[in-house]
Design a protein around this ligand. Structure first.
Ligand code: ZN
Length: 149
């Protein structure tokens, strides 16, 4: 297990130091601000939808390594997905960091499985799920600010 833990740690560190898709998305059809007051994490999520697909997704923000790397990995994972598939992925990710998933489900999560260990630190779960809350709000079309509290 130690090797897997090290790999997961490396993925999270890499994405927190070099976040992917970290920019504004001019003309984005959905923009949602998310905040996790417990930790001080902030993100702004920009989403463009074409038909039922996420054609582009970017973010900006500040906060702990977990929150920022989670947003980075999420944008990479959901870009190009249909809204239904992105929602299903959000559900699965939430299960991963709260109740846990089967090895098969974990494998299907790809790099998102790096957040498996967060489950052992309940105070960090909201850091990891902040961006996913923002995504759900964006896909619902609310365009509202979300807070984990
Ligand atoms: Zn945090």
């Amino acid at each position: 297990m130690q090797d897997v833990r090290d790999l997961y740690q490396q993925i999270i560190l890499d994405h927190s130091r070099h976040p992917r898709n970290f920019r504004e998305l001019p003309g984005a059809s959905r923009v949602v601000d998310g905040v996790n007051p417990l930790c001080g994490d902030k993100i702004t999520l920009f989403v463009n939808l074409s038909d039922d697909k996420i054609s582009a997704v970017t973010f900006q923000g500040s906060g702990c390594a977990i929150s920022q790397s989670s947003a980075s990995l999420m944008t990479a994972a959901v870009s190009g997905l249909t809204i239904d598939k992105a929602r299903a992925l959000a559900e699965r990710f939430h299960e991963l960091v709260t109740v846990g998933v089967t090895p098969e489900e974990s494998a299907a999560l790809g790099k998102l499985a790096a957040f498996d260990g967060v489950r052992e630190f309940p105070s960090r779960v909201k850091c990891a799920t902040l961006c996913w809350h923002a995504l759900r709000s964006a896909l619902a079309g609310d365009g509202r600010a979300v807070s984990t509290e």
